[in-house]
Design a protein around this ligand. Structure first.
Ligand SMILES: [Zn+2]
Length: 435
């Protein structure tokens, strides 16, 4: 049967036990009680044409509203949950070397400084990254993107910050862009020269700020190498005044501000994020009530990183419930990095958000999709299943979204669809697929 009025779908996913749409929320991130409103459709379907979603709804309605292109692929999602692809809005994915050697030291109780003095810590990664060429960095990053994709991530942010000199910072960003080119995971880059003070500037921190503002930021902007500028705003790292100087210089060059804020102590980071109208403030373990109120008023997204607290064996997690009560939009990310959060899986982050941040399964899934897209300024494109948006979705081997949040430590992703194409699937071709 052909009807010229109906769109020819190239992919139809139908009969999902639960179709999690996150539809109908407009242009604002989800806050307060609305955070848990997933817009679940039982026996749901999604049809796509090219890289766009063309129909979403109950399976019978969707099947009636589209025709199938000759080479269309039909996926039966009976017994499964279908949801938007995960958006990971905070990673440090481009680096060389790994840090498992300091893991036993950390387990034995060595402090951050003891590890640093034993040749570990961030400066270990800086040394390895400085020594790596762009092709190597791009290849390692591509492998990590493959891992993220297999676990259901379809959009991911990547920060620099393991170069801490102009050449290496630019090389990191260039490698991150190279890794993302042609990859199924859509990538966004962030310049983070202010991740730490490099050893050669230990006695002259203001000279390193000059270098960031006068050399790095102009070069990053000129090369079109990043969308955002991020700073580790924390007592003993970059203080509020230094962070403001860098983020304002970044903004003047067209880089939107983001912050690592209040991770180790209440340092004024949340307040600064609100003052600057940052896209997001991340970590926020020790954010003040005043800072959270200011973020809520300014609409700054709080990106929470429970994997980091978990991996560092911390007992104090970000006050997510207090944030939700205060009206702050909450998102989740992996913080994937070799030192304090070596994972690319948003599934484990959703689980930790429930167990440690006390989010409900629906809240955690909203925070890992639509609100995470807001944390990258990409919610008009990704983060929900709505007509016109990019066709990024997952079929997970879970009868409900609650099961997805509850069952941890195994990869439940069965098919990952990015831009309307099956970018990854478990166990090769499935018998129920046609043609
Ligand atoms: Zn980080």
């Amino acid at each position: 049967m052909t009807d010229p009025e109906r769109t020819a779908a190239t992919l139809l996913v139908r009969h999902a036990d639960e179709l999690v749409t996150l539809a109908g929320h407009g242009a604002a991130p989800l806050t307060g009680a609305a955070l848990g409103e997933l817009g679940v459709i039982p026996d749901g379907a999604v049809a796509t044409a090219g890289d766009r979603i063309v129909a979403v709804g109950p399976s019978d309605l969707v099947e009636r509203s589209v025709t199938l292109a000759d080479d269309a692929r039909v996926v039966d999602a009976h017994g499964k949950t279908v949801l938007p692809g995960f958006v990971d809005p905070h990673t440090h994915l481009v680096y060389a070397g790994t840090r498992e050697r300091e893991f036993p030291l950390r387990l034995a109780g060595a402090s951050y400084l003891e590890i640093l003095h034993a040749g570990g810590g961030i400066l270990n990664t800086v040394a390895a990254t400085r020594a790596a060429d762009e092709a190597t960095l791009a290849q390692r990053t591509r492998e990590r993107l493959d891992t993220a994709l297999r676990h259901g991530t379809t959009t991911l942010e990547i920060k620099s910050g393991y170069g801490l000199d102009t050449a290496t910072e630019l090389r990191q960003l260039s490698a991150a862009q190279r890794a993302g080119r042609g990859h199924a995971v859509r990538t966004v880059t962030t310049f983070m020269g202010a991740h730490a003070f490099p050893p050669e500037f230990r006695d002259a921190p203001e000279r390193y700020l000059d270098l960031i503002v006068e050399a790095m930021i102009p070069a990053v902007a000129h090369g079109g190498l990043a969308t955002f500028c991020d700073v580790f705003c924390e007592e003993g790292v970059f203080d509020v005044a230094q962070s403001r100087r860098i983020l304002e210089a970044g903004r003047a060059a067209g880089l939107r501000p983001k912050l690592h804020a209040d991770e180790l102590a209440s340092s004024g980071g949340a307040e600064l994020a609100a003052e600057l109208g940052a896209v997001s403030a991340d970590h926020l373990v020790y954010a003040s009530d005043a800072g959270l109120a200011a973020m809520a008023a300014a609409g700054v997204v709080a990106v929470l990183l429970p994997g980091t607290t978990f991996s560092l064996m911390g007992s104090h997690y970000a006050p997510a419930r207090r944030m939700i009560d205060a009206g702050v939009p909450v998102a989740l990310a992996t913080d994937a990095n070799p030192g304090s959060s070596p994972t690319e899986s948003m599934q484990i982050i959703v689980n930790l958000a429930c167990l440690q941040l006390k989010l409900s399964p629906s809240e955690a899934i909203a925070a890992a999709t639509l609100n995470a897209a807001h944390a990258l300024g990409l919610a008009h494109e990704v983060g929900s299943l709505e007509v016109g948006k990019r066709a990024d979705l997952l079929v997970v081997d879970a009868p409900s979204h609650t099961y997805l949040a509850y069952h941890y430590g195994t990869n439940l992703a069965e098919r990952v669809i990015a831009g309307g194409r099956v970018a990854w699937q478990r166990n090769g071709p499935r018998s129920e697929d046609r043609p």
